[in-house]
Write a protein that binds this ligand. Structure first.
Ligand code: NAP
Length: 235
């Protein structure tokens, strides 16, 4: 089934791989990002700004039709001791990682309700399952995304809309490499690979494969699930 998909954070890392995979699977894909990739149907929007989201979605609808699939992959990390997290920083991390999901889901829901069909996948984080020191704001936001996912699954299941979360663990993206460069990972990527049961770093394509399944017609009986893709690190 060819449908219109919107991927936030689609200019980099996991979101980029998801947008490429969904395009390869035959979907019409639009991406929303702070700095658009320049590819066709890449739109500039800060997911914390509802006006920017609505403006981008108006263009998506005009060019590609109503939105049937939403993948929320935009995100920002943060590394600080809890006692040093200023409230402004706390709010910004919650704003991007949690409130961004609120805005994007609310903004696309009318299309899905009208169609009686929809697929939403929220990219949360394995750190929401395990906890992660020095990332309290990020972990709190991502844990809330998992909870939001479950609540929305119950509310919109009767309308034909599934809502699931994929919490990635340790995926080789610019976000991970930036953290490694700043020595914020508690070791190098190579060190972490030795502690990962499948003995490799995750690839953005691993997350994209899970998303491709969850947005498919055949995944219609799967909703409210948190599908870990983490090489066995956070089972
Ligand atoms: P990434 O390469 O940094 O990609 C994130 C994308 O989101 C970037 O293009 C970024 O734009 C964009 N973005 C940030 N804030 C935004 C905003 N306010 N509005 C719109 N777009 C925004 O990181 P990634 O590793 O692919 O992460 C993708 C998702 O996976 C995130 O939600 C992240 O928390 C989650 N995740 C990743 C890992 C991992 O191991 N990599 C693990 C757990 C969870 P700029 O680059 O211009 O800022």
């Amino acid at each position: 089934m060819t449908t219109t998909a919107v991927v936030t954070g689609g200019a980099s890392g996991i979101g980029l791989a998801i947008s490429e995979r969904l395009r390869a699977d035959g979907h019409r894909v639009a991406t929303l990002d702070l700095n658009p990739s320049g590819e066709a149907h890449s739109y500039k929007a800060d997911v914390t700004d509802r006006d920017q989201i609505d403006a981008a979605l108006a263009e998506v609808r005009a060019n590609l039709g109503p939105v049937a699939i939403l993948v929320n992959a935009a995100g920002m990390d943060g590394f600080k001791r809890f006692t040093e997290i200023g409230f402004d920083r706390w709010q910004r991390v919650i704003d991007v990682n949690l409130n961004g999901v609120f805005h994007c889901v609310q903004a696309v829901l009318p299309d899905m309700l009208e169609a009686g069909w929809g697929r939403i996948v929220n990219i949360s984080s394995s750190s929401a399952q395990s906890g992660q020191q020095y990332m309290a704001h990020y972990v709190a936001a991502k844990a809330a995304v998992n909870g939001l996912t479950k609540a929305l699954a119950l509310e919109f299941g009767p309308a034909g809309i599934t809502v699931n979360a994929v919490p990635p663990g340790f995926i080789d993206t610019p976000m991970l490499r930036r953290a490694e460069e700043r020595e914020l990972l508690g070791g190098t990527v190579e060190d972490h690979i030795r502690r990962t049961p499948v003995r490799r770093v995750g690839r953005p394509e691993d997350i994209a494969a899970a998303c491709a399944f969850l947005v498919s017609e055949e995944a219609g009986y799967i909703t409210g699930q948190i599908l870990g893709v983490n090489g066995g690190r956070n089972t």
